[in-house]
Design a binder for this molecule. Structure first.
Ligand SMILES: O=P(O)(O)O[C@H]1[C@H](O)[C@@H](O)[C@@H](O)[C@@H](O)[C@@H]1O
Ligand SMILES: [Mg+2]
Ligand SMILES: [Mg+2]
Length: 285
């Protein structure tokens, strides 16, 4: 049976690749940096230009489709998800990295119908890695299949997180308290690429066991949420409830800032974790 949305997914991949070229070229010039909610919540003209390029290209091909774009919402567009085919776009995920030429910058394009992600595309444009997922058809990086880590023991895991752009001392204290709690489990290590989308693609790739962040937005994770779940991972909120609903834009319906945790372990975990950890051979794939 013909895939109704394959044509749209092909368009998304091509648009993400073109957008990545714009990002790479912009890195050769001065980047005009502006701020949004705080002095560390950055946006550039490239973010805005890339979002408009993606949205205009989609409008020409799919004139009835709707959009939720990070910079359009910042400019006052509504952030409401309907059952209509909707493109959820983060033109540059990792804007702070882009400003500093720190080499993890992603173009993230998710596509939702009936409030369910149909495909996700994350282009890590400085690594030239195209992460894709079609609902029910698996997740891939440059065409190679992805699978989350098989590690069942958090004490043998790497956990990723991000600090966001809130510098309120009380919020920072809470973040550091979470960091301390996770590190002292103990875990092998903690990492952060500086972009939610790439952190989640690292989980889908099996090199990071879990990623959490408090305060992500729907455009940060719409595409990568499907890449994670199609790679065998799960998304949950801070209470452990299935977060795909909100990752599919639930918070967009409410127009609220998300408080969400994208924790991913393999779907079917058994508790055959060896009790005596000291003598266990640490086998990592
Ligand atoms: O680079 P962005 O699209 O703004 O997304 C970032 C966000 O700015 C930062 O605060 C963190 O939440 C990151 O995880 C996002 O990717
Ligand atoms: Mg983002
Ligand atoms: Mg962004």
């Amino acid at each position: 049976m013909a895939d109704l949305w394959q044509n749209a997914m092909d368009h998304a991949v091509a648009a993400a690749r073109r957008a990545g070229q714009v990002v790479r070229e912009a890195l050769l010039d001065d980047r005009k940096v502006m701020t949004k909610s705080s002095s560390v919540d950055l946006v550039t003209q490239t973010d805005q230009k890339v979002e408009q390029l993606i949205i205009q290209s989609v409008k020409e091909k799919f004139p009835t489709h709707r959009f939720i774009g990070e910079e359009s919402v910042a400019a006052g567009e509504p952030c409401i998800l309907t059952d209509d085919p909707t493109w959820i776009v983060d033109p540059i995920d990792g804007t702070t990295n882009f400003v500093h030429a720190f080499p993890f910058v992603a173009v993230s394009i998710g596509f939702s119908v009936n409030k369910q992600m149909e495909f996700g595309v994350v282009f890590s444009c400085l690594e030239d890695k195209m992460f894709t997922a079609r609902r029910g058809s698996g997740a891939f990086c440059n065409g190679e299949p992805l699978q989350v880590s098989g590690q069942k023991d958090i004490q043998r895991s790497i956990i990723a997180t991000e600090f966001g752009s809130n510098r309120d001392p009380e919020v920072v204290d809470k973040m550091f308290s979470s960091l301390r709690n996770v590190l002292c489990i103990p875990v092998h290590g903690m990492r952060g690429a500086g972009t939610a989308a790439i952190n989640m693609c690292l989980v889908a790739s099996g090199c990071v066991e879990a990623y959490y962040e408090i305060g992500m937005h729907v455009w940060d994770l719409a595409a990568s949420s499907l890449i994670v779940s199609e790679a065998g991972g799960v998304l949950m909120d801070v209470e452990g409830k299935d977060a795909r609903a909100s990752a599919d834009g639930g918070d967009a319906r409410r127009g609220a800032k998300s408080v969400r945790c994208a924790c991913v372990f393999r779907r079917s975990g058994r508790s055959d974790v060896p009790t005596d950890r000291r003598s266990q051979q640490q086998n990592h794939r």
